[in-house]
Design a protein. Structure first.
Length: 487
């Protein structure tokens, strides 16, 4: 699987099938609604996102808050077998059997009807790759919404001898790890239905997202501003005028302005080079992830003159229960903050890795505090201001090699993509598989952002390759001269 822009998905044309509910769930237009209210509320992230989706819908905006994945399956499509596979999939993931409504700003979770099921519907034929892609994009914008059931969209493109399988989910019901696992899970369930052999037993790893919400609600009150897990949050927000860290270089935007998101992809290291880089990081007492933080810190120090790295890490909360392969939004956000000096000694990179490793350990501890509780404490404590509501510069790292299904045909042919809305940052999503380490960024579509981010990424690649190149003689420098700053 590779994370890429949807424009890079190249399905062959064919007959389009869409799985739709026999009985759709949606609140009545008059606001009373006949759907029951589920006893488990929305998580903080879900509620915040759903309000945004509802507001955008009322403005008439196109829905872009979804994630999607697709793959290619050999053999003629057996739509009855895929229908059974979809039913098993939905039965495994309790969170996907719910949806949301918004009334006067209040977000309510509802259960799907007891008899809810998805069945295939003929959606016509697409005569070109572009036609398939645009039809699927429109489908995800229309149907992968949290405001009706199902909050997911499943479909196939049938042709003789093979078919494309795609899946999209509103972000309130999915995250990056969910998308990595879902397409291989669906492919495995389909294989089991076609061949009559058992599907992989994932019972121990597919706990209910609703249990995760209950856990967050239980632990939140145990934290306050005196909790050590809040120390870095307080420090970072205080130094950023009550807000969250942003990309440190000019992106061609006025304060508070956003622009359409433009995807950027860069190859960073080959698989062999990534192995060397990881060993350098471990020799310094760190990890692959802390090494990436160290590299970004050095780039920002050299290009922007920053004396301290401040980033927001996207971390998983799946460790709170048997949620390793569950479908849902299992994310935490934590500050990673550490100093970067002006020294130019031979051990610069190793020193920065050690600082990054300590900071990343604090970030993982901070991730035990649900983000809703963090933001509430910062706001009510007078530390955070309006800037807390603005999206920060995000850093994510996923190792695809660790997921079940890695290397299977469905995984090898799979792509993962997101809807493309607006942004004011240049967030970075680092991904590693058995072929390479690569970077996906979501940047504002401005000329300044393109120039600035390209220079940032060029320097990052230069630094990473220099660390790898100097490994054999025992040095790991990778520092760019201070005269390269472009802030």
């Amino acid at each position: 699987m590779i994370i890429t822009a949807m424009a890079n998905w190249r399905p062959a044309p064919g007959e389009m099938l869409e799985w739709h509910p026999v009985t759709a769930a949606r609140d009545d237009a008059d606001g009373t609604g006949d759907a029951g209210v589920h006893p488990v509320p929305a998580s903080f992230l879900q509620a915040n996102h759903v309000r945004g989706v509802d507001a955008a819908l009322r403005r008439g905006d196109r829905h872009t808050g979804f994630l999607g994945s697709a793959t290619e399956i050999e053999g003629d499509l057996d739509d009855a077998a895929l229908t059974r596979a979809v039913a098993v999939f939905l039965s495994r993931h309790e969170g996907l059997r719910t949806w949301f409504s918004v009334r006067d700003g209040s977000v309510r979770r509802h259960p799907a009807p007891a008899d809810a099921a998805l069945v295939p519907v003929d959606a016509g034929a697409a005569s070109s790759t572009d036609g398939v892609r645009e039809a699927v994009r429109d489908r995800l914008s229309r149907d992968a919404t949290p405001l009706s059931w199902p909050p997911v969209a499943i479909g196939a493109v049938r042709r003789p001898g093979s078919f494309s399988l795609y899946y999209g989910a509103d972000h309130a019901f999915s995250d990056g790890a969910s998308q990595v696992s879902v397409i291989t899970e669906l492919a495995d369930l389909y294989r089991a239905e076609v061949t009559g052999t058992p599907a992989l037993d994932l019972t121990e790893h597919e706990g209910s997202f609703l249990d995760h919400v209950r856990i967050e609600d239980e632990v939140s009150p145990s934290y306050d501003l005196r909790s050590p897990e809040l120390a870095d949050w307080i420090d970072v927000v205080s130094r950023h005028d009550g807000g969250l860290p942003r990309f440190p270089l000019d992106l061609g935007l006025a304060p508070g302005e956003t622009a359409p998101m433009e995807p950027v992809e860069r190859d960073l290291l080959t698989a062999a080079e990534a192995e060397v880089f990881e060993q350098v990081c471990r020799d310094a007492g760190g990890s692959f992830t802390s090494g990436l933080f160290a590299a970004c810190a050095l780039v920002e120090h050299d290009l922007a003159g920053t004396g301290r790295y401040d980033g927001i890490a996207v971390l998983s909360t799946r460790h709170r229960g048997p949620f390793a392969l569950s479908q849902g939004w299992f994310c935490a956000f934590s500050p990673v903050t550490f100093p970067v000096s002006d020294s130019n000694g031979p051990d610069d990179f190793a020193e920065v890795v050690r600082s990054a490793t300590a900071a990343y350990a604090r970030a993982k501890a901070a991730a035990s505090v649900p983000i809703g509780r963090v933001l509430d404490l910062l706001a009510t404590g007078g530390i955070g201001g309006a800037g807390l509501a603005r999206s920060p510069q995000l850093f994510s790292y996923l190792d695809f090699r660790r997921f079940p299904g890695s290397g299977t045909p469905a995984d090898e042919r799979a792509v993962l993509f997101t809807g493309e809305g607006r942004t004011a940052n240049a967030s970075m999503w680092f991904n590693r598989d058995h072929r390479h380490l690569y970077l996906g960024a979501q940047i504002p579509s401005t000329p300044t952002a393109r120039r600035t981010v390209r220079r940032y990424h060029d320097r990052l690649i230069e630094l990473l390759t220099d660390v790898v190149r100097t490994r054999d003689d025992g040095r790991a420098t990778g520092v760019i001269g201070a005269d390269e700053r472009c802030a």
